[in-house]
Design a protein around this ligand. Structure first.
Ligand SMILES: NC(=O)c1ccc[n+]([C@@H]2O[C@H](COP(=O)([O-])OP(=O)(O)OC[C@H]3O[C@@H](n4cnc5c(N)ncnc54)[C@H](O)[C@@H]3O)[C@@H](O)[C@H]2O)c1
Length: 379
């Protein structure tokens, strides 16, 4: 990147922090400035190559805030270590782009930004669900192009979801938030598959059922499936929320897609490679009543051939966490991770990181994923 594609904030700061993309809001800059950091920010909107990030790290760099589009493995962690680097934070909750064991080997703490994306991402999954179910992205251009000639009983018939069955694969923070929205909002029966039992969610739905009964309404079902296949067979809509690793890569393949109901809806706001996208294209072509809502893609920013032409697929460019509050919160958490480590603060162990967005943030690094492996102090 040319020099003009970097801007410097607090040039007199003693510790040099490289931030590979502009981040929203001002609070994150205040956090880094208060920690005595000179902040160098990449202003290009182009995705940086490994070599470009390496060049930005240079010969002296105390910490980096990087993006999920960058490959953080040996080359970059080696370069950061050689430059005297002491911290890295991903500007994301997911960190499948980061080889954490490599960072640990170099003694570099890795931060992420959990908590602030949960409801925002779940809301996008709900939006994709209903955009697909009610064919919003087919009907919108129809209207704009002046094709609407009057109300018809058969125009854009979609799927009613109230009191049907919603399935979640990966019932962690975001999967739980999505499940609550769909169960409470549309009184849907719920089935989920996760490696772990989600006792909180199960007890929440039991309490919700008490409320429904008190109103004279039928309770909803809540089932923990033994395998993903059981969710796929039972649900009218399945939303994918696992992390991406070897166990979830192509979790949705040709065989598993074929288990879903012919008019089911598949939503993905996790990571693209969780779905075999070419198999999804073939499945949607063969089953015109099947629908999908996708925020993420296997070869981002590209799509597999044929996907963009499918009317039964709703596609948005990885914007599930794109609200002002969330993106500014992510920036504050990423900056606090880096500033916390550079100031020698302990690592926060409470799952709730929202105090870091408040007026009196804790003197800690909010979310360091390899704190235990590095034997860092905790709070
Ligand atoms: N589209 C976006 O903009 C966006 C935003 C935020 C997060 N994400 C993605 O969503 C993922 C989930 O985020 P989260 O905050 O809910 O994480 P989380 O860690 O709270 O939840 C992940 C869940 O997946 C489960 N899981 C792991 N392997 C599994 C498997 N093989 N089968 C079924 N379940 C499995 C885990 O047990 C856990 O409950 C992130 O890792 C990230 O990749 C995407």
């Amino acid at each position: 990147m040319a020099a003009k594609e970097w801007r410097t904030h607090n040039a007199s700061g003693k510790k040099r922090v490289v931030v590979t993309k502009e981040l929203p809001g001002k609070r994150w800059l205040e956090v880094l400035t208060a920690a005595g950091c000179r902040v160098e920010i990449g202003t290009s909107t182009k995705i940086l190559s490994v070599n470009q990030v390496k060049a930005a790290i240079g010969s002296k760099c105390d910490a980096v805030i990087g993006q999920l589009t960058e490959d953080w493995s040996e080359v970059l962690f080696g370069a950061l270590k050689n430059a005297g680097g002491k911290a890295y934070s991903n500007y994301a909750v997911g960190y499948n782009n980061v080889k954490v064991p490599v960072a640990t080997k170099h003694g570099i703490p890795v931060g992420n930004t959990p908590g602030v994306l949960t409801d925002t991402t779940a809301e996008m999954a709900v939006s994709l669900t209903f955009s697909a179910a009610r064919r919003v992205t087919e009907a919108d251009p129809f209207m704009r192009k002046g094709k609407y000639k009057g109300w018809l009983p058969t125009l854009f018939l979609g799927e009613l979801l109230t009191r049907k069955t919603v399935g979640v694969i990966g019932a962690g923070r975001i999967g739980t938030a999505y499940a609550k929205m769909m169960v409470e909002g549309f009184k849907m029966d719920f089935i989920y598959y996760d490696l772990y039992q989600n006792k909180h969610l199960e007890s929440y739905i039991r309490a919700y059922n008490k409320f429904l009964r008190s109103q004279g309404e039928k309770p909803v079902k809540c089932v923990r499936a033994k395998k993903a296949e059981d969710v796929l067979k039972a649900a009218d809509v399945v939303s994918l929320h696992p992390l991406l690793d070897k166990t979830t890569h192509h979790l949705m393949n040709k065989k598993r897609l074929s288990l879903m109901k012919e008019n089911a809806i598949l939503v993905n706001a996790s990571r693209g490679p969780v779905i075999d996208e070419a198999a999804l294209v073939a499945h949607c072509k063969k089953n015109p009543r099947f629908k999908a809502g996708l925020d993420v893609f296997e070869d981002e920013p590209k799509m597999k051939p044929g996907l963009a032409q499918l009317p039964n697929v709703v596609i948005v460019p990885h914007i599930a966490s794109a609200t002002d509050w969330t993106r500014e919160g992510m920036a504050t958490l990423a900056a606090s991770n880096v500033a916390g480590i550079l100031q020698g603060y302990p690592c926060w162990t409470d799952m709730d990181v929202l105090p870091f967005l408040g007026k009196k943030p804790p003197r800690a690094a909010p979310s360091i994923v390899n704190a235990k492996e590095l034997g860092l102090k905790t709070k």
